[in-house]
Design a protein around this ligand. Sequence first.
Ligand SMILES: Cc1cc2nc3c(=O)[nH]c(=O)nc-3n(C[C@H](O)[C@H](O)[C@H](O)COP(=O)(O)O)c2cc1C
Length: 172
Amino acid sequence: MTKIGIFYGSTAGVTEEIAEKLVEYFDEGVCDLYNMEEDFDDFEDMLQYDYLLLGSSTWGSGEVQNDWRDPLVDMEDEKPDFTGKKIALFGAGDCNCHGENFVSALGILYDYFKEAGATVVGEVPTDDYTFSKSHAVRDGKFVGLPIDEINESEKTDERIEAWIETLRPQFA
Ligand SMILES: Cc1cc2nc3c(=O)[nH]c(=O)nc-3n(C[C@H](O)[C@H](O)[C@H](O)COP(=O)(O)O)c2cc1C
């Protein structure tokens, strides 16, 4: 299978754990894991992959996790070309305390990478989630996979599994 680059930003380790779980759903050696804080140097790291999983938790009031901030600023200057790349987004949030910005970071990544030419796949229906507002909802669906380990940890594994099944045909 073609290699997949998984790039994630995670402050308390929740999105990191999701990223590590995602690896297990693919054959050994298929996924390369990059922590944005320690492993990401520049966009060439991402552009070597045709398939990418990008993860960010949401902080502040609907903002990307800290380690994504500088790369997104660089993206505006450098304008890397993601045409032909397939990207799926995932990330942790809190639908109870932050239900007005639930996983909004996914919406920010979506906007940047769409603008850069990527095809973003892996949208998720909102039905199974309780929240009031999210920048990550477009045309009635989340642009990627929201995980809420704080309020709904019992749903995490089934959510990941269902998402991976929708991704498989896209990432083949
Ligand atoms: C100060 C603060 C702000 C937060 N803001 C948001 C937010 O706007 N939207 C959201 O869905 N979750 C928000 N969260 C919840 C985090 O995204 C959640 O704790 C997540 O699991 C952290 O994942 P990480 O360990 O991968 O960084 C916030 C948490 C804190 C402490």
